[in-house]
Design a protein around this ligand. Structure first.
Ligand code: NAD
Length: 260
């Protein structure tokens, strides 16, 4: 990777939550390849610093900031540090999230709180903090990681589907509320992606009697998606090439959602 002075994100600074691993890491590397400076916010310090090392070894620029994005004080602390160390930013990729695979009737209030906090409260806290700063800087692009589960229902994923529906609606609402202030906001909706999250999800669903590995994956999206294939969509949405794309949900699922 060589940092590009003429890349699609040249001159821009991007903040990524959940950028230490998986799709967040793949997107951090892709952003840097396209010329952006990248601020990674994550709860995993070692993996986050490793992603920054990968960016720097390839000639790019990136910094790591620790925060549990479900906690307001930590979100504000990390964004304070981003402002101090990197200045203003033009792109926000709100990606951090997790999943619990469990029947609804077996789910506890702790499960509910955990998923709502990590998937939904975090998006609220991060966007609440970042939007005024981006507006003050002349606008920019926000991408929120939703899911095919934002629109389709899945057994053993009721709580997860509920949280992903919420963040898709957040993306749409932001696109309307902040359009006049120069903000575009879109959602990326992956199917199953080859990350710790996606592989654990498939394994837990199969352990509960489903047959994703054995056949359902082939029947729905054909194969598992590589994190880089999602990153490519996020780069496009983040870039000025997507200048008139606002409030969209981009499915990265090889036609699974279209199939229904
Ligand atoms: P991943 O587990 O590899 O990465 C998730 C990243 O988010 C990790 O770096 C993790 O440390 C970070 N994170 C988790 N909780 C955090 C918190 N409270 N504060 C800060 N950072 C936190 O998985 P991934 O698949 O790359 O990303 C998960 C995101 O992608 C979620 O939003 C999930 O809903 C979405 N998603 C995943 C898939 C899939 O199949 N992998 C499909 C659709 C949507």
């Amino acid at each position: 990777m060589t940092q590009s002075a003429s890349g699609r994100l040249a001159g821009k600074t991007a903040v990524i939550t959940g950028g230490a691993a998986g799709m967040g890491r793949a997107t951090a590397l892709a952003f840097a390849r396209e010329g952006a400076r990248v601020a990674i916010i994550d709860i995993q310090d070692e993996a986050g610093r490793e992603t920054v090392d990968m960016i720097r070894e390839a000639g790019g620029r990136g910094n790591f900031f620790h925060a549990d994005v479900s906690k307001a004080a930590e979100v504000d602390g990390a964004f304070d540090a981003v402002a101090r160390e990197m200045g203003s930013y033009d792109v926000l990729f709100n990606h951090a999230g997790t999943i619990i695979v469990k029947a609804l009737h077996e789910s506890t209030e702790e499960d509910y709180d955990r998923l709502m906090n990590i998937n939904v409260r975090s998006a609220f806290l991060v966007c609440r903090r970042a939007l005024p700063e981006m507006v003050a800087n002349g606008g920019g692009s926000v991408v929120i990681t939703a899911s095919i589960a934002s629109e389709l229902g899945y057994a053993l994923e009721s709580l997860y589907c509920m949280t992903k529906g919420a963040v898709l609606q957040l993306a749409r609402a932001i696109s309307v509320e902040y359009r006049e202030q120069g903000i575009r906001c879109n959602a990326v909706c992956p199917g199953f992606v080859k990350t710790a999250h996606g592989l654990r999800e498939i394994a837990e669903l199969d352990a509960a009697g489903q047959k994703w590995e054995e056949g359902d994956l082939a029947a729905t999206q054909g194969r598992i998606c590589e994190p880089e294939e999602v990153a490519a969509a996020v780069v496009f949405l983040a870039s000025d090439e997507a200048s008139f794309i606002n409030g969209a949900a981009i499915y990265v699922d090889n036609g699974w959602y279209a199939k229904g």
